[in-house]
Design a protein around this ligand. Structure first.
Ligand code: ADP
Ligand code: MG
Length: 217
């Protein structure tokens, strides 16, 4: 039986466990052949919240919100379904363009060549785009950032890269928020792309260190 959170702190603690479950869902989904679209975004959101705040889990918001500390004007809640439909069409186009070309290329690469480097860049760009789009539309009552970061990882993992952490709660937080607002204001995707590349570099070094613990330095 699901019990209700006692207070906000309890709710956030439970949501943090929901994020672990959603991350597991993302890892499995990435390995499958299932289509990635707007309904996948709702499924990931649902995995975070379904036992914590079931009323909002996977559902679009029914109120207007502000992002605390940000001047970004979020869309009116009544516009969310329409904006998500529009996003779905754009998302499908981008996935078929990037995805079909690049899935096998990254997963099983041998030679480091231009095709590989281009594909990695296309996948990182797609991950950056979807990450920002979700936070910009802010379709859900709560957990938009967490869902956006998980979906961004789903893209990386589906096309043969690894999921990353942009470390939003620590020293990178300002850079992360600044990178998002750089896209809001001037469609400049570079700062967020760079944060994703940095996250990838850290993860891959971690992987290398696990298998070759004496290799560094
Ligand atoms: N200027 C901005 N432009 C776009 N997205 C932003 C901006 N500032 C913050 N965000 C996003 O909004 C999220 C906060 O929304 P919220 O629904 O509370 O998500 P969460 O609870 O998962 O942090 C941040 O984590 C970040 O991803
Ligand atoms: Mg929040």
């Amino acid at each position: 039986m699901i019990t209700r959170p006692k207070d906000n702190k309890d709710l956030e603690k439970r949501a943090a466990i929901g994020v672990i479950r959603a991350a597991r869902f993302v890892r499995r989904y990435a390995k499958s052949n299932k289509v990635i679209d707007v309904s996948t975004i709702r499924l990931v959101h649902k995995e975070i919240w379904r036992d914590v705040w079931p009323e909002i889990a996977g559902e679009y918001r029914i109120e207007n919100l502000e992002i605390s500390g940000s001047s970004l004007q979020l869309p009116h809640f009544k516009d969310v379904p329409k904006l998500m439909e529009k996003m779905d069409i754009e998302f499908a186009k981008k996935i078929s363009k990037t995805g079909d070309e690049c899935r096998g290329v990254i997963a099983d690469f041998g030679e480091i060549n231009d095709e590989l480097i281009n594909c990695i860049d296309k996948v990182v760009s797609l991950s950056t785009w979807v990450h920002h789009k979700i936070t910009f539309i802010h379709p859900f009552r709560e957990g938009n950032g967490r869902t956006a970061r998980l979906i961004a990882n789903l893209i990386l993992e589906r096309y043969g890269l690894v999921g990353i952490s942009v470390k939003v709660e620590r020293e990178n937080k300002d850079a992360y928020i600044q990178a998002l607002s750089q896209i809001d204001k001037m469609a400049d995707y570079e700062p967020l792309k760079n944060l994703i590349y940095k996250g990838l570099a850290e993860r891959y070094e971690g992987v290398a260190m696990k298998y070759y613990p004496f290799a560094k330095g």
